[in-house]
Design a protein around this ligand. Structure first.
Ligand SMILES: Nc1ncnc2c1ncn2[C@@H]1O[C@H](COP(=O)(O)OP(=O)(O)O)[C@@H](O)[C@H]1O
Ligand SMILES: [Mg+2]
Length: 56
């Protein structure tokens, strides 16, 4: 993921896909935060991305 992408993925309606909605990750973050958890991402551009959810 690009650095810019990493900064924006949790913003509602941000999508890099032609038919994307940009809802998935922002909704995940809302749900996780309501459970007092955290969601983090670790990404190496062109290689892969790992999302880590921790319970609160
Ligand atoms: N596993 C992933 N690897 C790389 N980029 C991702 C990944 N998951 C999400 N993204 C990026 O975050 C954006 C927002 O994702 P998401 O909220 O699920 O909406 P959508 O799938 O509709 O685009 C995607 O368009 C993509 O750019
Ligand atoms: Mg998605």
């Amino acid at each position: 993921m690009s650095k810019e992408g990493q900064e924006k993925v949790f913003i509602p309606f941000f999508s890099t896909k032609k038919q994307g909605s940009g809802i998935g990750l922002s909704l995940c973050k809302q749900i996780v935060l309501l459970h007092r958890g955290t969601i983090q991402l670790q990404s190496a551009e062109g290689e892969g991305t790992v999302f880590t959810l921790r319970s609160g």
